[in-house]
Unconditional design. Structure first.
Length: 404
């Protein structure tokens, strides 16, 4: 990350300001919006050691581009002075981190099946690696890999607890913070050594970017990761870098609002759990809702300290019967029936179709930026059609006085 040492205001600025201005010192034109950097190669300077692009030197796009440098600068800034390294996908970033750290033992506490597939590939093609449960005793050199929040249920773990255990024995903590990027949490404050994201989710927020990132506070580690990325060829393209940089400008607004709407929707749906009817939701449909806002946490855990600005917009709904879980995503009119999550549109997925380890009675839900009252009406309509069939046409929701 290249810092702007002349801008004294940025050194004390909030995340929303940094996401907009942290890369301004890298601009070499009068353009307000950064260019996409379509060139794959750059003119070399006349003398060695002289920059050819403002305060930077770019030679070949596999190593760096102007827009990728700006993106990584902003990503590092919003992660509180971290050094960000971008990749072609979240799984590429995860694999690169395993290659970098070369652990012999991995303490794996994840819900995402893709991460498990990366570990299996590393074990088969690179080096033996033992995988143990989170509650096992830690050893020196262990790599503890946490998802926070957990995919797909949106519940959280106490990163500080595991970080303290890891630090005591010389282990390393990685936090996959895909489901709750800044401003919702700052894993470095909780003791994380590395942060990973699939930037296709909330960081980009528009369902139009594939990418992944690793963030570290160690400058030397970031340099090594970039060298390895150049050899591996797993860099993020210029268009993807530009799209992600554009999205980061509104990160603070988007993520806070999505989390706020999700928490409201979760609380409403939770009133209909255990098969109860509630405000138009029919009886005998919803069994359970899981989300950090409903979670019973260990005594002494400071939820507001770890997640001061919301708990994330992903949650899980467990239905009373499997048939409802399978059909409800196809009946929504606002919520998209799609895999992945994090876009400005809400989405819901029968997760068992993608991950066979997921319960066949559950949906993974990601809340977008629609009105919470409109989303409630969308859920009431879908749930009633799922139970009563296409003969269901309209119902009055007492809470909103609005007909479907």
């Amino acid at each position: 990350m290249i810092k702007d040492t002349k801008n004294v205001i940025l050194s004390q600025s909030s995340l929303s300001t940094l996401s907009i201005h942290a890369d301004e010192h890298l601009s070499v034109t009068a353009d307000v919006a950064p260019a996409i950097s379509v060139s794959s190669t750059f003119k070399l300077p006349a003398q060695l050691g002289v920059n050819n692009y403002g305060s930077e030197t770019h030679v070949y796009a596999r190593e760096s581009t102007p827009v990728r440098s700006r993106l990584e600068t902003v990503l590092g800034a919003v992660h509180e002075s971290g050094h960000a390294v971008t990749y072609a996908s979240g799984l590429a970033a995860s694999f690169a981190l395993l290659l970098h750290l070369k652990p012999r033992r991995l303490v794996l506490a994840v819900g995402y099946h893709g991460t498990k597939a990366v570990v299996d590939l590393y074990r088969k093609k690179v080096a033996p690696i033992e995988t143990v449960e989170l509650m096992d005793c830690l050893r020196e050199g262990d790599l503890v890999w946490l998802e926070n929040p957990i995919n797909p249920n949106g519940e959280i773990v106490d990163v500080r607890h595991y970080a303290d255990r890891a630090r005591a024995v010389g282990a390393t903590i990685v936090v996959d913070a895909t489901l709750a990027p800044p401003p919702l949490q700052q894993p470095f404050r909780q003791g994380a050594n590395y942060i990973v994201h699939s930037s296709a989710k909330y960081l980009s927020g528009h369902s139009d970017v594939m990418g992944g990132i690793i963030v570290t506070r160690c400058c030397d580690a970031a340099k090594q990761l970039r060298i390895h990325r150049t050899v591996q060829g797993s860099f993020m393209g210029s268009l993807e870098s530009w799209l992600l940089l554009r999205s980061l400008r509104t990160l603070d607004l988007r993520v806070r609002q999505q989390s706020r709407i999700a928490t409201q929707l979760v609380a409403w749906l939770n009133c209909a759990t255990r098969g109860r009817g509630y405000e138009g939701i029919p009886e005998g449909v919803i069994g359970r809702v899981r989300h950090a806002s409903l979670q019973v946490l260990p005594k002494g855990y400071d939820l507001c300290d770890a997640f001061p600005n919301g708990f994330g917009a992903v949650f899980e709904v467990e239905f009373c019967v499997e048939a409802h879980a399978k059909v409800v995503p196809t009946l929504f009119q606002l919520t998209q029936n799609t895999t992945s999550f994090g876009g400005v549109h809400s989405s819901a997925e029968w997760r068992h179709a993608i991950d066979v380890c997921a319960s066949p009675r559950t949906l993974r839900v990601s809340v977008g930026l629609e009105s919470v009252e409109d989303l409630k009406r969308d859920w009431v309509r879908a749930l009633n059609i799922a139970k009563f069939g296409e003969g269901y046409t309209q119902i009055c929701i007492d809470a909103t006085k609005c007909k479907l």
